[in-house]
Ligand binder design. Structure first.
Ligand code: SF4
Length: 318
């Protein structure tokens, strides 16, 4: 393999990392890898960090059996269950996101599909309250093209739908829908003219080969932003006893994704605090240029002020 500095120079000029080079990144000294991942992040994304905030707008009772998820109706978890929240709650969450300095506000609902009435309520909210200095994103499961277009017309900018993991590992984490179903939804969002936010969750028992394959699929789908979540095992789910990833492995994963998709937005979302602990600030050296703040769908985060102070200390903007 060529020296990593030379490969990075070429990626800065726009060529893509090959699959064999991706493989070789796995054995490179982590500090060297992070140094060059950081070069890529700074070149393509500068020193501004994208902050996003989400509301769990409809929680629990999901028909799907994703093994990591507290909201699946297949498992006995302590997850809150409630139907779609009203527009006042959405508005309050949006105002909070703005106050925290988030650039993107994500409305997330559990379940495979949204009903037409639920979809209409969200369109009304986005149309009336969503036209502020913030990007509105939505994660609403499998939406058809007509509903995607209606959401776009109402002012939705970005559709979020994770692939979750590699195609060759997907049957280990979900049996009630397929990887192809997820890809089809992403393609529909692109067809509707929406930006696409699509990533997944790491630490499900997948191998490094699966991670490379997963990143390669995201690259080929040309998604706009890639949220990376790291498993926080949830009591009652099949993965409740799975060992968490160690922080250095997480940093190598982030760097791998930066090398695979040098010019994309890569954010660290669920599991940041629980898995990285004192090493959270290292995510930016590993190549991330965004993070979720203010808590996650079914698990809490840390105080936003601590995250903002971390960025100040790193002299990163948001
Ligand atoms: S990840 Fe989404 S689709 Fe899967 S069980 Fe959880 S809420 Fe349902």
């Amino acid at each position: 393999m060529q020296p990593l500095s030379k490969i990075t120079d070429e990626l800065l000029l726009g060529r893509a990392l090959s699959m064999s080079e991706a493989q070789e990144l796995l054995s490179i000294d982590l500090h060297e890898l992070m140094y060059h991942a950081s070069r890529l992040r700074r070149h393509f994304k500068g020193d501004t960090v994208n902050l996003c905030s989400v509301i769990n707008a409809k929680s629990g009772r999901c028909s799907e059996d994703c093994v990591f998820c507290a909201q699946s109706g297949h498992y006995n978890t302590q997850c809150a269950e409630y139907p779609l929240v009203d527009t006042d709650k959405l508005k309050t969450a949006l105002e909070n996101a703005l106050r925290c300095g988030a650039r993107c506000f994500g409305i997330v609902t559990s379940g495979r599909q949204l009903s037409p009435d639920e979809s209409r309520l969200l369109c009304g909210f986005i149309n009336k309250d969503g036209q502020k200095q913030i990007t509105i994103a939505a994660s609403l499961g499998e939406i058809d093209l007509q509903a995607m277009r209606a959401l776009k017309k109402s002012g939705l900018k970005k559709f979020h739908h994770n692939l979750e993991t590699a195609e060759n590992f997907f049957s280990n984490i979900c049996t009630t829908h397929s990887f192809a179903d997820r890809v089809a939804t992403i393609r529909l969002a692109k067809e509707a003219g929406l930006e696409v936010c699509c990533g997944g969750i790491l630490g499900l028992g997948e191998t490094w080969q699966h991670r490379i394959e997963f990143a390669d699929t995201l690259r080929s789908l040309d998604v706009d932003s890639v949220p990376l979540n790291f498993l926080t095992p949830i009591a009652g789910t099949p993965l409740e006893h799975l060992k968490k990833l160690n922080p250095l492995e997480i940093l190598r994963i982030i760097a791998l994704f930066r090398f695979m998709m040098p010019d994309k937005d890569i954010s660290v979302c669920g599991g940041r605090e629980a898995n990285l602990g004192e090493m959270q600030s290292w995510i930016f050296h590993a190549g991330a240029n965004g993070m979720m703040i203010g808590g996650y769908l079914t698990t809490g985060g840390r105080e936003t002020e601590k995250d903002i102070q971390m960025l100040r200390d790193l002299e990163l903007n948001h």
